[in-house]
Design a protein around this ligand. Structure first.
Ligand SMILES: [Zn+2]
Length: 77
């Protein structure tokens, strides 16, 4: 085992693109794009997040589903 890239805490497969800075469950902090999108669609988006890839991938997912922005306040940690 050497240093390995962190994987999505939810599917344990995808490359994380966003980190939940105030996770309800500390075991689920890192999310890949697919899982993050599923959360948004489910109506349970990450509210305080940090982008991990240096570009606003999660921010774009939120924009795609922007109706949620009326109901949640998002913060960049
Ligand atoms: Zn995932």
């Amino acid at each position: 085992m050497g240093a390995h890239r962190r994987r999505c805490d939810w599917c344990n497969n995808g490359t994380p693109i966003v980190r939940d800075m105030e996770p309800v469950n500390p075991d689920y902090q890192y999310w890949c794009e697919e899982c993050a999108r599923a959360l948004i669609i489910k109506g349970d988006p990450i509210e305080t997040y940090r982008e991990l890839e240096g570009e606003p991938i999660y921010g774009r997912l939120l924009d795609e589903h922007c109706t949620l922005k009326r109901f949640y306040q998002f913060a960049r940690a």
